[in-house]
Design a protein around this ligand. Structure first.
Ligand code: ADP
Length: 161
């Protein structure tokens, strides 16, 4: 079974990476898909996020990284994927994720959403929190993969925030 792991990944965090690594043990293949969301003002362009994810998942042989504009279910159909993989952190994720899972099911019955509970140490970690810390000069090495930390530091040092 092929699973899609869709998200903004702006940037990818150790919490995301943990879900990818565990998903790889459950599914034949995990396709990490950066969804273009015109409503969000991203830190990194989509191509850069794809590159960052490729680098930090290079040790996983059954991961593919891609990007997509449009509905996640359309992408799942295109890739013949039967599963949408999502991570669940705290209770506040639950309502939004459940709504999304139901909506996707109404759009295409051929897909199941599978939730993995976040590892305890990452349950309060989000991409926006990483950006907030970095913007004020804090350290993010314990929150994101090393290649991503370097690029975040570079971005904020240049002052183009
Ligand atoms: P989106 O914009 O779709 O919420 P994100 O990049 O924020 O995209 O998250 C993608 C997926 O990863 C979501 O299912 C989200 O709940 C999950 N996720 C986000 N942060 C973490 C974390 N720290 N640990 C585990 N899963 C996470």
């Amino acid at each position: 079974m092929i699973a899609i792991y869709p998200g903004s990944f702006d940037p990818i965090t150790l919490g995301h990476l943990d879900i990818i690594e565990r998903g790889c043990k459950l599914f034949e293949k995990v396709i990490v898909t950066v969804l273009r969301n015109p409503a969000k003002n991203p830190l990194f362009p989509v191509a850069k996020r794809v590159e960052q994810i490729c680098e930090c998942t290079a040790h996983l042989s059954n991961v593919e990284v891609d990007s997509f504009t449009g509905l996640t279910v359309e992408y799942a159909k295109l890739r013949k994927a039967g599963v949408l993989l999502r991570g669940l952190r705290v209770l506040s994720d639950f309502e939004k994720e459940l709504q999304m899972a139901h909506t996707n099911k109404t759009l295409w019955d051929g897909v199941e959403t599978v939730f993995l509970a976040t590892a305890n140490e990452y349950s309060f970690l989000s991409s926006s929190m990483v950006k907030e810390i970095a913007r004020f000069g804090g350290s993010v090495e314990h929150l994101v993969p090393p290649n991503v930390a370097q690029e975040i530091y570079l971005f904020y040092k240049k002052g183009d925030r």
